[in-house]
Design a protein around this ligand. Sequence first.
Ligand SMILES: [Zn+2]
Length: 436
Amino acid sequence: MIINNNLLKLILFIYIFFTNLALSAVVKENIWHKGDTFSEYLDKYNIGQSLLRDISPEDFKYVSEIQTGEKFYEMTEGNRLIQALIPIGEEMQIQIVRNKSGRYDFDIIPIVYKHVQDQVRVDIKNSCYNDIYKLTNNPRLGFMLKTIYKGVIDFRKLQRGDKIAFVYSQKSRLGKPFGQPVIKGALIKHRGKKSYSFTDKDGNIWHDTKKTVLVKKARYKNVIHTKTKIIKKRNRYRFIMPLKHPRITSTFSYKRWHPILHRYRPHLGVDFGAKRGTPLYAVAKGKVIYAGWMRGYGKVVKIKHTEGYVSLYAHMSRIKTRVGRYVRQGQIIGAVGSTGRSTGPHLHFGLYHNSRAINPLRLLNKKGNYINVKVTTKYQSLEKYTVTSRKKVSIRGAEKLKTKLLRLIKLKEQKAFKWDEIENNLIHINNKVAKR
Ligand SMILES: [Zn+2]
């Protein structure tokens, strides 16, 4: 569990012996003081400022990352620096090392540390922080414990007779605590009341062996969609227009000024202006009852429809049907012309009901033969959504840890590993140096 110091010393002794580096070398801990600059540090050991020029611009920013109060290690031989290791954060460190030619190399290397895990059992005698510090010689443990119990236990209220048991892990560098300890589980017995704390793998603190997690679940629901589409539909008017692009040139009238006769005459139909040859359609289904010449009207077709209606198409250039034929609505029956008494190509269209002429525009579909119809369709689809619920789950290893803590707190004696002071002649080994 704890580094075997004697073994380490032996390895280091062999290392120093073979490298013939520092038979009288000493390692000491130093502190980077406020306002210390890297340049001044080099001056202190008469290391040429040329070292600064060898540092790549990329690495140079790390030099300014050295924090005030940072503890670092120096190995010296008399007034000469053999090696300095200055941490930048918890993982990397600056290494300045004297090489064989007496010059210095600069590098940024990983910090080599060990993980130390220990179980602690403390009796509160006066102050929680001091009691833990006295027992472990690690000032960070008390602070960390206080942090994780924030809002749960007021540490000032802990009193003589209260007990604390906890399991923690701590990075160790040269036998000293390095970085923040992780308190994996803790049990505080205050006035007989037990209060637990567990740290999960994400570093979150829980005061129970179970933690609350958010669980997302997929659910599906039926959603009804409507889709609107516009389609062209044949207009279901009783009578459609007799030609495609109807242009009315003369309307129905019982009394109209006749431009040729210069008299008032009735106009018992509607005139549509159109080019010669424009197709003419049957305005409704029916039977052809007349197809031929009619005085004044020229070539004429008459169709008999249901319910006593008859349509008449006059001045046609061509007739394309015969008497006695049945025609569909929209079927071509002939073409626009100017036969009979006519001033130019046009269609004279008449509509009769029970043998009486009526105004065709009252019954013809004025919007055209086709209309746009909105069609709305509905369809269903399954749609996914998520629901979030809270769930209690066991913290991995917490139950085991709880048992361990309960056993620990029952111990009669206090128990803890005491962090040693730095041991002389312990030298950080790294491969690069060892190869020299
Ligand atoms: Zn007319």
